[in-house]
Write a protein that binds this ligand. Sequence first.
Ligand SMILES: [Cu+2]
Length: 688
Amino acid sequence: MLRLARWTISTLIVIGLSNIACAPARAADPEIDNLLRSPVGKDWVTNGGNLTNNRYSTLKQIDTTNVGKLKGAWMTRLKGSGVGGKYSFEASPLVKDGTMYVVTGNDDVFALNAKTGEIIWEYWSGIDQTISTVCCGWANRGLAMGEGQIYLGQLDANVVALNMKTGKVVWKTPIEKWQNGYGITSAPLYYDGVIYSGITGGEFGVRGRLTALNAKTGEIMWRWFTLPGPGEKGSETWPPGTDHSMRGGAAIWNTPAVDPELGLVYFAVGNCGPDYDGSMREGDNLFCTSIVALKAKTGEYAWHFQQVHHDLWDYDAASPVVLFDTMINGEPRKGIAEAGRTGWVYILDRTNGKPLIGIEEKPVPQEPRQKTAATQPIPVGDAIVPQCAEKIPGYDEAGCIYTPFWESPVLIQPSGIGGTNWSPMPYSPDTGYFYVPGTVRTSAFTRFSTQYSNGVRYTGGGQSAPIGSTMSGTFTAIDAKTNKIAWQHKTPYRVGGGGGSTVTAGGLVLRGEPDGNFLALDAKTGQELFRFQTGFGADAPPVVYEVDGEEFIAIATGGNQMQGSAYGDAVWTFSLKGQLGPLWAPPAPQTVAGPTGPIAAGANAIKIGANNTEYSFSPARTRIKSGTTVSFTNVGDLPHDASALQQNSWSTGAMAKGETKTVKFDKPGIYYYICTPHPWMYGQVIVE
Ligand SMILES: [Cu+2]
């Protein structure tokens, strides 16, 4: 006993000393570091508000009693940047000392006067418009700031530092090559002289990683691969003697969080590749679809929690992790939570990665050809979207979450682009609720065999919302103490794919709708208190800030390709002194999957990606006589195909930009087709 006690005391002394030894003599940017560690006040200096990503503002000049009087303070158009069908405007603006910084879906950055909306400087990324490795819309989820610089990640896999005063490039570091399947859509995180950046490419056979760069110089300090090399921790969850893990995806789609006291950086990891084919990657496949904690200074592994073992459904952990402090059974606990595409919120103890409320491993249906995992972790509490698909005519099989599939389609909810996708989830310490956006959508999942080729799409199957099936959303307050629904709104449109909200000490949840409306809700009850039509798809997560004693709310309104909302290039702000009224409503997003619009009589030449709408067939519907040969021409920027929805039927095969392929239709019938890599693109040929 005595020896143990002595050992413990000496260990404590060593830990104490080493903490002092490790503490930096002087932070590179003490002011920003202090703001990042504090509750959010007048400035909004990082994408998630502060190091917790909780998107909770302490400002309360605008509250539940006066929010109904809000009007537009200013609206600024960003000179056409990121306007068009291929783009999503998903970023939260940053604000510091009266200047706003915002990035568009084309990775262009604008500095604005946060009080008047006047543009101060512009950075035009000039990124290659022929990048072929963008998975899910041209998007940039936001910026970071520190040391007098603004930081962004680009779709061409560069991390860029701009001078905050001028917008001039200070450094630019490629963390990979887009030609190899990589890109960046996540907002970087600045803290204590380091830039942390995620990487995309889960659909392109990449090896995911978190990259830490020196904020001053852009030099890469370390990388932590989300997929283990031979002999490394986690390699036992991949088939021995193979290199499947080296192209297993596991992208990082969103901003990390940091707990400075614990010295840990946390982030969520996306799906495995190939997405829908698990046949060659037997095992749990770490660290796909996981929450991971690393030592923030060195990148050394601390803990992980896998949300979905051996993922086959594209059930990414794509929403940013959120740190929160709570009381459980009278004891203070350090929590971390993440909203998954599964429809559940995963709530863990951030000191060790163990479930805080309860997550049970339960048996799930099996498909030996897919090498399904025997069990999956099922959180205690409520899901925010339905987890079983309803039957749809023409489909033999309808299943629930974790129903496996092989080569004939199986309808499943949530679909891989359902639940909570890239959208952030705020947490209010006042209500103790998470605010969780969700997409409700059924997909028909199928597996097909696929060959890996560097930089080429590598998904091993597909998921497509059946033509005519409904698509909608939910917006849910989840009690962090129970993981149960406190209140829930059914939303007419999908809101889990990059929309988001922010919560305030004024008791408000602020969020946009894909139909252009900006809403304020009572955070406690969910009651709608304010509604304002911005005129553009209002999907991006808002921010709250203060200039000269006046509180403003800002939201980037530029639409979202994945949610089908109207595009644009505007930033709107609101305040109690605002004078601007609403605009006309833009076209509403589709709520039914499938080709819509007029049927072109006799049209036998179909263009893909025309009219600056990358993911489209036009005309989307045509009526022809039996025996007609139809040509498909790819005039878009990305490779596309036209493939029958029915298995083993016709397909043009992949078409590069400018290429034409033909298909002869010699039997009467109604033929629905999709683009295989972009199954939300639909067309219909009616053969008489
Ligand atoms: Cu396509």
